[in-house]
Design a protein around this ligand. Structure first.
Ligand code: GLC
Ligand code: CA
Length: 556
């Protein structure tokens, strides 16, 4: 029998199938490619695999624009391949969670095509429509991918809402027929044996039905407060859970929560509420957005980073909520290039791993993070493929930035930074494909790759493998309380975890400069569970942390 919170000692690995491994040399990763690499993931030691959407899609947003929830897109393989993938994952004693995008569908979806036929059609109300004239949108909400969030349909004299791309129409959760069709579809996948879901932007499903204008006083007063953690979101989630995964004890659900708050995340995940197992939030990944603006160059604000972690860790624990903890995913630049240092790739890659994995929460690893993959440093706009990046590139030029400035911003902020193919070995295209990859491989693949990482005992890979193992062996990591340390320190992110008579002190120097710190005397001479320098000694309560040095000290 599965323990009811088995995921507290588990680690999840995220696969972006398009860029993982290509089995038929069309340049696009696929399910057979994933199957070929399952031994590698088993060796790493992860418990759960999350695959981003593989349903039928025109791929305007790489699958987050679903045209048919019941079928696999041919670029990834067939339904038979899917069954095989699920089976092989289960045989290896791992689990599979699927991505579920139910805030919106592609405008290619049958529902939307029917909806376009007019208000009498059964599916019209599956989407959000407002009357208007071509020159006057219903309100001033912004699309998260740039521009206004409403699109005019001339034949109907109405606008539909799209919080993302114009081809991603928001679903109308107020309509119970839509909700029931969603439940039916989720049950279709549960019946196949999938172990849970990652729910895309799930806290955006309930919109304020007055659709008010926003003020645009700050970078975030763009309408989001009227649909983020909206009026009926908890009601909808409880109903969704009760009708679908709630009937499958032990299934794992993780909600992607855009611009959310701690009180809401407690409600989403406190087991008494029967909503979700855990949630992602992104506040710690906005500490390099100057004044909240993503599309501008910015340095990490370390003080804010620490404050955000401390606040979320402490308050989620008090509310008995549970977080997914992570640095990387398919929407975020590579963490080594971002908050680490490519010159200290191993040291900073390992330090960042330790900093996240010993937090209270379930750690998520994004493909390639476990070998310390970096941003690709693309040189021209043709190398970029992502719809959000291309839209914002245009907007940056319109605002008067030069091409060089705009590329520099994309090099730091674009989602494509994490979408380059996995660097398997030093062969052509990093062993990802013998065809032409859909997006360029980062140039450092001849040295930085999986093959080399597996041969090198000191690689970031083995550090991550160890972090995963330690979580299984030590309750203080999986179940301990969280206590902030060194709150005023401008270089060190440190904390203590505590479980019964066990304690773990975690120390991470986020900078190249050395720094001296004092540790509580009870930790002197105790066991170092993991470190990123071979010769770290614990002989006194004064400790000198070198560039990106990190260690975790255990006592019982
Ligand atoms: C989520 C996904 C992102 C996608 C967006 C719209 O944020 O992670 O990749 O573009 O939702 O579905
Ligand atoms: Ca392929």
């Amino acid at each position: 029998m599965l323990e009811k919170d088995w995921w507290k000692s588990a680690t999840v690995y995220q696969i972006y199938p398009k860029s993982f491994c290509d089995s038929n040399d069309d340049g696009i990763g696929d399910m057979k490619g994933i199957i070929n690499k399952l031994d590698y993931l088993k060796n790493l030691g992860v418990d759960v695999i999350w695959t981003t959407p593989m349903y039928v899609s025109p791929m305007m947003d790489n699958g987050y624009d679903i045209a048919d929830y019941y079928n696999i897109d041919p670029i990834f393989g067939t339904m038979e391949d899917f069954h095989k993938l699920l089976d092989e994952i289960h045989k290896k004693d791992m689990k599979l969670i699927m991505d579920m995008v139910i805030n919106h569908t592609s405008t290619e979806h049958f529902w939307f095509k029917e909806a376009l036929k007019g208000p009498e059609n059964r599916y019209h109300n599956y989407y959000i429509w407002k009357d208007g004239t071509p020159d006057q949108a219903p309100n001033n909400w912004a699309s998260k991918f740039g521009g206004n969030a409403w699109q005019y349909v001339e034949s109907l004299g109405k606008y539909y809402l799209h919080l993302f791309d114009v081809t991603q129409a928001d679903l109308n959760w107020e309509n119970s027929e839509l909700r029931n069709d969603i439940y039916k579809m989720i049950n279709f996948w549960l019946e196949k044996g999938v172990d849970g879901f990652r729910l895309d932007v799930i806290n955006l499903i309930s919109k304020n039905q007055n659709f008010p204008n926003d003020t645009y006083e700050t970078a975030i007063s763009d309408g989001r407060k009227f649909y983020t953690d909206g009026p009926k979101v908890h009601k909808f989630l409880k109903e969704l859970t009760a009708n679908t995964f709630g009937k499958y004890p032990g299934s794992l659900t993780v909600g992607e929560m855009s611009s959310t708050t701690i009180p809401h995340c407690i409600k989403y995940t406190n087991p008494n509420n029967k909503e979700l197992s855990m949630v992602f939030n992104f506040h710690h990944l906005k500490v390099d957005y100057p004044n909240g603006e993503k599309w501008a160059l910015g340095d990490m604000d370390f003080k804010s980073l620490k404050n955000i972690f401390f606040k979320w860790q402490v308050e989620m624990e008090i509310g008995n909520g549970w977080s997914a903890v992570f640095w990387c995913n398919h929407d975020q630049p590579r963490i080594v290039s971002r908050f680490g240092n490519e010159k200290y790739l191993k040291e900073s890659g390992k330090m960042l791993g330790t900093a996240i994995h010993f937090l209270r929460g379930t750690p998520y690893i994004y493909q390639g993070e476990e070998i310390g993959m970096t941003n690709p440093h693309f040189e021209t706009i043709d190398e970029y493929k992502d719809v959000e990046s291309l839209n914002n590139y245009k907007l940056l030029l319109e605002k008067g930035k030069s091409i060089e400035e705009a590329i520099a911003i994309l090099n730091q902020k674009s989602r494509d930074n994490s979408r380059t193919p996995i660097q398997w070995d030093k062969n052509k295209n990093a062993g990802f494909t013998s065809g032409t990859p859909w997006i360029n491989v980062a140039k450092n693949y001849s040295t930085l790759n999986v093959e080399n990482s597996l041969k090198d005992e000191d690689s970031v890979f083995y550090h991550y493998k160890k972090l995963i193992e330690l979580r299984k062996d030590y309750k203080v990591i999986s179940h301990g309380d969280f206590i902030p340390m060194y709150e005023e320190n401008t270089q060190v992110f440190g904390y203590i975890r505590k479980f019964e008579n066990e304690k773990l002190l975690v120390l991470n120097n986020f900078y190249e400069d050395e720094i001296e710190i004092e540790i509580p005397k009870e930790f002197i001479g105790k066991k170092i569970l993991i470190k990123n320098y071979k010769d770290t000694l614990l002989e006194s309560h004064i400790l000198k942390l070198r560039a990106y040095e990190s260690l975790a000290i255990y006592l019982k």
